[in-house]
Design a protein around this ligand. Sequence first.
Ligand SMILES: C[S@@+](CC[C@H](N)C(=O)[O-])C[C@H]1O[C@@H](n2cnc3c(N)ncnc32)[C@H](O)[C@@H]1O
Length: 230
Amino acid sequence: MTRASLDKQPHEVASMFDGVAANYDLTNDVLSLGQARLWRKEAARAVAARPGHKVLDLAAGTATSSLPYAATGAYVVPCDFSLGMLREGKKRHAWLPLTAGDATKLPFKDDTFDTVTISFGLRNVQDTDGALREMYRVTKPGGQVVISEFSQPTWAPFRTVYTEYLMRALPPVARAVSSNPDAYVYLAESIREWPDQPALAALLQKAGWSKVAWRNLSGGIVALHRGVKA
Ligand SMILES: C[S@@+](CC[C@H](N)C(=O)[O-])C[C@H]1O[C@@H](n2cnc3c(N)ncnc32)[C@H](O)[C@@H]1O
């Protein structure tokens, strides 16, 4: 098993991430041409964590995405269902309370977190609606959700170039730097299949979130969606 198929069977997705865990962060930086750091910075601004806040970083992988929230003094729980990614995270950030859990069946009580955030994870969850409802359940009333995810570049000519970059350049580059290049074929395919900005906003609203809005980063390569639990 080297890559998941687009029906995103949970055991296939978890085992694909187990396989890339060791090189995940490095590959991310290379393939995003350094943009991943900027996207994380913007997500941290949106989360606006502070001491006393409880933040759930869902699909946290190796917990690199949790670090900016932890740096504010907030209590951050990185949660993921790939034991390989969690193990890698534990090696590097032993002080963080890394927790095994499935986004569609979270091991937390209702109304627990001030913010639930998920970066580059929601696209991999088989039941998007179920995950958005679970995230709503564990958020405190008045709390928020922040989602970073690949999206649709807004300028049509760039969108075409980008799709070509994804389709043609990603797999060969991944072959050079990744322990599992096939996982990056899945990455390209899953990005192309993913709902665009308004469609994801509609899914958030359907799951109960209010004040839903989004902001495009890097021309829409990534979108940052937000919602509030009334
Ligand atoms: C691309 S990584 C993102 C890691 C990290 N958030 C980041 O920004 O670098 C996606 C993560 O989603 C996790 N994931 C996918 N489906 C999941 C689910 N149903 N429940 C929990 N984690 C899931 C995978 O195991 C993987 O670690």
